[in-house]
Design a protein around this ligand. Structure first.
Ligand SMILES: CC(=O)SCCNC(=O)CCNC(=O)[C@H](O)C(C)(C)COP(=O)(O)OP(=O)(O)OC[C@H]1O[C@@H](n2cnc3c(N)ncnc32)[C@H](O)[C@@H]1OP(=O)(O)O
Ligand SMILES: O=C([O-])CC(=O)C(=O)O
Ligand SMILES: [Mg+2]
Length: 289
């Protein structure tokens, strides 16, 4: 079972209190933002704060940094300042081509060599936030062996579509589905976008259930209150675990009798259903760890 990334919590990289406490809320990943949550006048201070937080504070989770796009005046400097602290993951926003990934990948490789880190140890993910990025999503996801995930950045994406955000996310449905397909084809995780109304718990839960059904591995979040809700939705229930166990038991019994197919509660069980049951159990075990 790969690492869990159910919740990836953003926080502004220039907020010392948030960086200090980032590890206490149980997020699978924390994302220190240098991009849109940080004003231009604060970019430099944020980079150094993020560097020091990663270097001197111990986080019990994966630590990611969202840099500015590499073709902005800030992206390269972001990498220069944060890479020596060895973040686990670099999140590139507004990725539009494989070239974007290759550029960042080359800079990371150089830093790993300079600072004596194992080459390939710093991972990358990309957020798709434009129609153009989505058209190139598979190429983006496969542009470097460092790539572990594609995310959708829904707020920017909706702006690029020239539409508005509906409560049900109708305008994002196709983009989410396409991003999921690209991620699966590339063998990387798919991470959903942020839900900006931190006081709308019902809306957040509905959206998280939807993206889990679509097949996403997790969600970007912006507030500690959203973490528990995502984890609850992604954790298999006792009923699902029991059902998975029954499927495996029935299948193994059938195999022992030389049968390839068997029924549990009147429903046919064959290889893909067994694979799904195995994943439920592996996931449940990973969540407990
Ligand atoms: C579209 C995009 O690009 S999204 C990505 C960039 N955006 C961000 O990074 C925003 C991150 N989130 C936040 O800044 C805040 O959660 C807000 C502004 C959305 C809401 O703020 P508040 O209403 O003050 O949050 P709330 O009252 O729930 O905060 C409770 C506690 O959690 C802390 N907290 C809130 N959000 C975060 C966070 N994202 N990361 C770490 N700690 C946080 C607060 O500092 C506060 O701590 P305290 O009790 O020790 O004082
Ligand atoms: O990537 C995200 O989840 C947040 C973001 O930048 C966006 O929605 O534009
Ligand atoms: Mg964005």
């Amino acid at each position: 079972m790969e690492r869990l990334r159910r919740s990836m919590m953003f926080m502004p990289g220039n907020n010392p209190a948030m960086l200090q406490n980032a590890g206490i809320y149980g997020a699978d990943t924390v994302i220190f933002d240098l991009e849109d949550a940080v004003a231009v006048s604060e970019k430099d201070a944020a980079r150094h704060l993020v560097h020091n937080a990663i270097k001197y504070l111990k986080y019990p989770c994966e630590v990611a940094v969202r840099i500015n796009h590499i073709q902005t005046p800030y992206g390269l400097e972001d990498l220069k300042v944060v890479l020596p602290a060895k973040p686990d993951l670099i999140r590139l926003p507004k990725a539009e081509s494989a070239r974007d990934i290759e550029e960042v990948d080359a800079i990371i490789t150089e830093a790993e060599q300079t600072y004596g880190f194992a080459v390939g140890s710093i991972k990358m993910m990309a957020a798709i936030e434009t129609a153009k990025g989505l058209m190139n999503a598979y190429q983006i996801a496969t542009a470097s062996p460092r790539m572990v995930a594609l995310a959708i950045g829904g707020e920017d994406f909706i702006a690029d579509l020239r539409t508005t955000r509906s409560k049900e996310g109708r305008e994002l449905f196709v983009a989410r589905s396409q991003l999921l397909l690209a991620a699966r084809a590339a063998g990387v995780m798919a991470i959903d976008s942020v839900f900006t109304d931190v006081n709308d718990e019902e809306g957040f839960v509905a959206e998280t259930k939807l993206i889990k059904e679509l097949g996403f591995d997790g969600k970007s979040v912006i507030n500690p209150r959203q973490i528990r809700l995502v984890h609850q939705i992604f954790t298999p229930t006792e009923k699902e675990i029991e059902h998975a166990k029954r499927i495996l038991a029935a299948y193994n019994e059938a195999l022992a009798k030389g049968l390839g197919v068997v029924a549990v509660n009147g429903k046919m069980i064959d290889t893909p259903i067994v694979q799904r049951a195995e994943r439920v159990l592996a996931y449940a075990a990973a969540v407990k760890r």
